[in-house]
Design a protein around this ligand. Structure first.
Ligand SMILES: Nc1ncnc2c1ncn2[C@@H]1O[C@H](COP(=O)(O)OP(=O)(O)O)[C@@H](O)[C@H]1O
Ligand SMILES: [Mg+2]
Length: 371
């Protein structure tokens, strides 16, 4: 039987183009020109601290806010003239916003009923969605009779029931406690893969962005700092902000000695010279720089070479062992090493020396502006 109802025609896996989108609320700038191309079926995270503009950008894509400048295209077609209810987007808000007086099944059916989908098709689609989020047994419950994780799955099923071409998720895990959050992250990833829906996930949680995304857009004060895959963001952060916001970073002040496309050399304030990645920003020899090395990218070396310091505390964390070090020039840094069976932390006060495991693990950035 041919199936040509409006809900079945909306193309899943549409691409999304954010083209030089900027937004101001009154006089204050919330987003500077942002351009991102999202491929059909891709899961892109918008990652950044509170207030950086994530929700504003998500609401512009959904048609709930009209941007001050720039265009939004879905499947290559501009949608800026369309109100939210005419765009083929599904949105899950942070608090899920289920209809409290409707059962699970009626909540999921809501969007289809609003589109006057034939009854038999609604029944079939609701059954399909209940199976996808594994809630068949709870179809007649009210939202208040569900756990947080179950409510979230209903919200997801409701958003996906109308076959949106773009799924928008605004901090969808923030209200869940930690154990449930991990289960739900895996669940959402499974459902996103299964439905093949292009998805924009807003989060301030770097681990969540790293584990779920195909690519991450890191936002800072309304600016796009970096757009890349999770491993690129972690291994080759484009700025000091990204290096500090994603993962843990030791930061040491230094001066750039030399740099070319292949790499650079920096001098730390204790005189130690270190080979590093080539800076991604415009920096010239003699410039003050911030040198970033993650704790797992440091190793202990015989004293006489490397960055010298003393152990302040040793923490045997099971699989890893972490030492907090105070360098001779007074900086606090952490080193994390795999812990072998029986390995004990070094005593506080022990003198040690450290070097990076490899130049590629050392980032060189323009220092943060004094605040
Ligand atoms: N309706 C509004 N009116 C004025 N300013 C707003 C409004 N909504 C958000 N803002 C401001 O815009 C900036 C970005 O907000 P938002 O997009 O909500 O950030 P995020 O979701 O990353 O926390 C913040 O400085 C916020 O205070
Ligand atoms: Mg927000």
């Amino acid at each position: 039987m041919p199936d040509d109802t409006p809900t079945d025609r909306a193309a899943p896996s549409a691409s999304l183009t954010i083209e030089r989108v900027a937004h101001r609320y009154g006089g204050s700038v919330a987003l500077e020109q942002i351009s991102v191309d999202v491929a059909g079926g891709e899961l892109l995270s918008l990652l950044g601290p509170s207030g950086c503009g994530k929700t504003t950008l998500l609401r512009i894509i959904g048609g709930f806010i009209r941007q001050s400048a720039g265009r939004i295209l879905v499947g290559g077609q501009p949608v800026d003239h369309l109100p939210a209810n005419k765009r083929t987007v599904g949105i899950v808000f942070q608090n899920y916003a289920l209809f409290p007086h409707m059962t699970v099944a009626r909540n999921i059916a809501y969007g289809l009923e609003a589109r006057r989908t034939p009854h038999a098709q609604i029944t079939a689609r609701v059954a399909e969605m209940l199976a996808m989020v594994r809630l068949e047994h709870l179809r007649d419950r009210l939202p208040r009779e569900l756990s947080g994780g179950q409510q979230q799955r209903v919200a997801l099923a409701r958003a996906l029931a109308v076959r949106p071409s773009i799924l928008l998720l605004d901090e969808p895990f923030a209200a869940l406690d930690k154990n449930l959050r991990l289960d739900m992250q895996i669940e959402v990833k499974r459902i996103q893969r299964l439905s093949g829906t292009t998805t924009i996930l807003v989060t301030h949680d770097q681990e969540e962005a790293l584990s779920l995304s195909d690519r991450i857009a890191v936002l800072n004060q309304g600016r796009l700092e970096q757009l890349a895959t999770p491993t690129e963001i972690y291994d080759r952060p484009a700025s000091l902000f990204v290096n500090r916001f994603v993962g843990t970073a030791n930061m040491l002040p230094g001066v750039l000695v030399s740099a070319d496309a292949g790499g650079s050399v920096v001098a730390l304030d204790d005189g130690t010279r270190i080979a590093a990645r080539a800076p991604t920003e415009k920096l010239i020899p003699g410039d003050p720089v911030a040198v970033c090395i993650r704790p797992e990218h440091l190793r202990m070396v015989p004293s006489g070479e490397g960055i010298r310091g003393t152990v302040e505390m040793g923490l045997p964390l099971g699989a890893t062992i972490v030492h907090e070090i105070r360098t001779l020039s007074g900086h606090a840094i952490k080193i994390a090493e795999p812990r072998q069976t029986g390995m004990e932390p070094r005593l506080a006060g022990s003198a040690i020396a450290l070097l990076p495991t490899q130049p590629g693990a050392v980032g060189v950035f323009r220092p943060a502006a004094p605040s």
